[in-house]
Design a protein around this ligand. Structure first.
Ligand SMILES: Cc1ncc(COP(=O)(O)O)c(C=O)c1O
Length: 367
């Protein structure tokens, strides 16, 4: 699998206007291959979450590597990727009732999975007159969204889905609580609890006569740690394509695996600090892994060597503050705390191999 050059790029990395979103294609490709191999080892299919990159070319690489389809978080993403030829898309976000008509139109063109955790959502689908592929969202420990798997709600919701004439594709959960764990054993335990809860609920539903063909789980910290996924059919990590400073802190990856950086320039030098042109609208304000640092700075982004002293200490809208007085004009490669949010700040990314700019790709960050 090798990323192709989608548009000619004449600029060298050292000449690019900043701030710029930079993707190291060698690292990206090996991250995609490693997670695909991991899905194979765990005997599940991989349906990567493309909200991480929002980039058609990268999703194509994921399909080429063996992904069965993609996961999106917005209908906008679903429409963009459908327009680019993707035919099997799961919208893994609790149904937005005001978007049902739009979802119905899209589901006539492609296989669109929609996600519900409430009777109101199922009623809205049914009222549209369209027959949907429906995933039931289950709360397997993250406590953000989803039905309680040990309550009566899943059986009632499954009955509503069938009564509405829809197809219950399966159960879907997200182990976002793996981000709270600081050890491999802790992340593995969260992923195992997710697996155990979702397979137990599937057993209850099947015993009650419902077909539940698919069980979809995952997050990057969960899927890089889980020991086995018996009974599960697919996983949906997203962040693994880029990784980031948070994943390094969690132990999901090494610094050298991080594929996404923000190229920035020093614009003001003060006695004890300097200011770069990458603020919250380039890096996001996601806090770091158990520290107050807002981003790392590379000595050498290609080899993956982070500066041990130099860090981003604070962010305002367009200003980023570094803890050393570097001369104006100095260029730095910043490792964001959260690559998905940093990428979504940009509408264009630059693909590099080493210091060579080889691609320029659109980031579809609309709503
Ligand atoms: C529903 C859902 N599935 C999968 C993912 C992917 O998780 P990660 O970004 O940790 O890989 C997310 C991320 O937020 C999500 O919300």
């Amino acid at each position: 699998m090798t990323a192709s050059i989608s548009s000619p790029c004449s600029e060298a990395l050292s000449e690019l206007p900043t701030p710029a979103l930079i993707v190291d294609l060698d690292k990206l490709e090996s991250n995609l291959e490693r997670m695909q191999a991991r899905a194979g080892d765990l005997s599940v299919r991989l349906r990567p979450h493309v909200k991480t990159h929002k980039c058609v070319e990268i999703a194509q690489l994921q399909l080429e590597a063996g992904a069965v389809g993609i996961t999106v978080s917005t209908l906008y993403e679903a429409e963009v990727f459908a327009g680019a030829g993707f035919e099997d898309i799961t919208w893994a976000f609790p149904l937005i009732l005001s978007r049902v008509g739009q979802a119905a139109r899209l589901s006539r063109r492609i296989r669109l999975g929609v996600t519900v955790d409430s009777p109101q959502a199922v009623a809205a689908l049914t009222a549209s007159g369209e027959r949907f592929h429906v995933w039931m969202k289950v709360d397997c420990g993250y406590h953000r969204a989803g039905v309680d798997p040990v309550s009566g709600a899943p059986l009632r919701l499954a009955a509503d889905i069938e009564a509405g004439g829809h197809e219950l594709v399966g159960l879907l959960s997200h182990s976002g609580n793996a981000y709270d764990e600081r050890t491999l054993a802790g992340r593995a335990a969260v992923a195992e609890a997710e697996r155990e809860r979702i397979t137990t609920l599937a057993g209850r539903l099947r015993a009650a006569g419902f077909e539940v063909p698919e069980l979809s789980v995952g997050s990057t910290p969960g899927m890089t740690a889980v020991a086995h996924l018996a009974g599960v059919t697919e996983m949906r990590p997203g962040n693994y394509a880029y990784f980031d400073r948070t994943q390094v802190g969690l132990g999901s990856c090494a610094v050298a695996d991080c594929a996404l950086t923000v190229l920035a320039s020093v614009v003001s030098c003060q006695a004890d600090h300097c200011v770069i042109d990458a603020g919250a609208l380039a890096l996001s304000k996601d806090s770091g892994p158990a520290d107050s640092v807002m981003g790392g700075v590379f000595v050498d982004a290609t080899s993956g060597e982070l500066d041990e002293e130099l860090v981003v200490t604070s962010l305002s809208q367009e200003h980023g503050k570094l803890n050393a007085p570097l001369p104006v004009g100095t260029r730095v490669r910043v490792l964001p705390n959260h690559s998905c949010l940093a990428a979504a700040c940009f509408d264009q990314m630059v693909g590099v191999r080493g210091e060579e700019v080889v691609a320029s790709w659109r980031v579809w960050n609309g709503r």
